[in-house]
Design a protein around this ligand. Sequence first.
Ligand code: NAD
Length: 311
Amino acid sequence: MKVIIAGTGAMGATYGSMLKKVGNDVKFLDLWQDNIDAINKKGIEFINLGKKEILEASAYRPSEVHDTADLIIVFTKSMQLKEMLSDIKHLLSDKTCVLCLLNGLGHIDTLKEFVKPENILMGVTVLTAGMKGPGVFEVTNYGNTEIQNITEAGKERALKVVETINNSGLPSVYSSDILFSIWRKACINGTMNACCTLLDCNMRKLGKVNHCRELLGTIVEEFSAVAEKEGVNLNVKEITDLVCWYTTEEFRGVDHYPSMHQDLIQKNRKTEIDYLNGYVSKKGKEYGINTKFCDLITILIHGRESVLIGE
Ligand code: NAD
């Protein structure tokens, strides 16, 4: 399959490399020049479950590529998605599927501005990867990818994409309710990421904070109230139990700092808060739902961005 990776960060480099290794024709695009230069100089350097590997590869700015592809996987951060889609407009043919595996909410509306609905595939992944610097990536866990078309017309191609990703060694399944999975994952990110970033702690320490369950449960309730207006039914108790479980010994990664903490506190990069608690806060106002915890969390995370990054 001809594949374009639109955003060669931790996740884009991982999916693209796995697809390339098994013979797919993969092109890597990015907007960060230092990263493009590093990949062109020494390939994609991976720390793959602790073992170093180098994959020969070239990376390009979107304007340098003119051939379209069967599949474009967008893998920017949420706030870079619109810019990337605008930059790859010339690569979107009638037959090109665009798969979005970004965390967060509201991406379907952004994709629809550029891509026909029958060509949009949405997904969720629990693979974990990080970027150690330009051209250097680390994969720490090969978790499942769920994928679904957003209109019935896209189903056959979604199944083909699931098969292609599976054949590359990345466990992948066809989802019958991707919106549910997207919202459920957003609840995990909207609790773990936001709270650990504000409290500057890992998940184990979050679990020890007084009223932790009440705090996480209220955030989940707010997500659930907005999700319901958008046709998605979440079970508040089940998701609250799940997010609380992430703070316990039973979760192997309990000492992990979520990606928002890594981005903002460790690397002073902007966060995806507007696509998590910020989305719930914005939509809550539109639907007349009280989302005061998400409102406050969004204000505080932006405040922390302003203090640390200065914009
Ligand atoms: P990433 O930050 O590694 O890369 C995203 C983009 O940001 C790339 O284009 C990259 O080149 C650019 N970038 C990275 N550092 C930069 C810097 N210092 N200056 C300028 N540009 C920089 O993001 P990711 O981890 O690949 O995440 C992509 C999407 O996938 C996000 O929506 C994320 O929430 C989601 N996701 C990530 C993981 C994970 O484990 N990393 C897991 C599931 C979902």
